[in-house]
Design a protein around this ligand. Structure first.
Ligand code: BV8
Ligand code: ZN
Length: 248
């Protein structure tokens, strides 16, 4: 990332009043929360996350899938927001019309100072009944993360298995969240995309909505992504290092 690129991105942010910050799993990488495609830990190393994060996998083996999510939830509880999360909160406090849209299911934006991210893929902390959708209490933090399959709790209302409150592959995104994200991208005057491979749809359309309507897109990612083609400035770097520089 060149100083000139950082300066150009800083100038775009300085004149923005309605930015959208669009984040993916790379936002939490420096908080030691593995991105979706990073090597999974322990038992789940041998599973393709995209195959575990499906209704069919939960139906076939609820304990395996619930154990995986509980292991990830415990990992997030032990993680801390990184300087990138705090830089996003600084943008939002400086520009009150900022909308943060996240694909992540951790709570690090909230714990890092953004109380109201638009959550496209749900949350690890909002389990619900797999049958009647009755909200279930988020499990406690006591004890060690499960090292293997763990039977999900039963719904207090209908006794069906409780499921993670995330959007699985093949499931529709929450309509209200998707509508809010598209509306924000449609009226933003800058879209800052951070730590996403832009491979998962329909979330990956959000930066394209902004670009198509003429808003400049600034990308923060150490690697190439399909968004390289539409961004006005490409900051090749890690969120926890680049974002604090950008908001300085
Ligand atoms: C649906 C919750 C239909 C679960 C997740 C169009 C084209 C192609 C495919 C499709 C399409 N439309 C639909 C599909 C199918 C599918 C899909 O997109 N498949 C892809 C993989 C080909 N989409 C769906 O199934 C969606 N549903 O369309 O339903 C429908 C409609 C109506 C009615 C019924 C059905 C649902 C998708 C949601 C899936 N759930 N998460 C869970 O977490 O377990 S998605 C999951 O993947 C995460 O949310 C994550 O954000 C996302 C992407 O994974 P990662 O790659 O890990 O993360 P990310 O993309 O953010 O990449 C990491 C990036 O960070 C990398 O670029 C890396 O370089 C960078 N990085 C690393 N370190 C750092 C960093 N960047 C900055 N700083 C660092 N330090
Ligand atoms: Zn129920």
């Amino acid at each position: 990332m060149s100083a000139d690129d950082l300066a150009r991105a800083g100038r775009l942010l300085a004149v923005a009043s309605r930015p959208v910050v669009f984040t993916g799993a790379g936002m939490s990488a420096e908080s030691a929360v593995p991105t979706f495609r990073d090597a999974q830990t322990g038992l789940w190393r041998r599973y393709d996350p995209a195959r575990l994060a499906t209704p069919a996998a939960f139906h076939a083996d609820p304990a395996l899938v619930w154990g995986w999510y509980e292991s990830r939830r415990h990992g997030v509880r032990r993680a801390e927001p990184n300087p990138g999360h705090r830089a996003v909160a600084a943008i939002r406090s400086r520009l009150p019309d900022t909308v943060v849209v996240t694909q992540n299911v951790d709570d690090l934006h909230e714990r890092g100072g953004v109380p109201d991210p638009v959550r496209l893929h749900g949350s690890l902390f909002a389990p619900r009944c797999s049958a009647c959708a009755h909200p279930a209490p988020a499990p406690g933090d006591a004890g060690e993360p499960p090292a293997g399959p763990l039977d999900p709790p039963a719904c207090a209302r209908c006794a069906a298995p409780v499921r993670p409150g995330v959007v699985w592959f093949g499931e529709a995104l929450p309509a209200a969240a998707l509508d809010a994200a598209v509306a924000a991208a449609s009226r933003c005057d800058l879209l800052l995309t951070v730590g996403t491979s832009a491979l998962v749809h329909p979330a990956a359309e959000i930066p394209l909505v902004a670009a198509r309507l003429g808003a400049p897109v600034v990308q923060v990612n150490p690697d190439r992504t399909p968004l390289d083609a539409v961004c006005a400035v490409n900051l090749r770097g890690r969120a926890g290092e680049v974002l604090p520089e950008l908001v300085r």
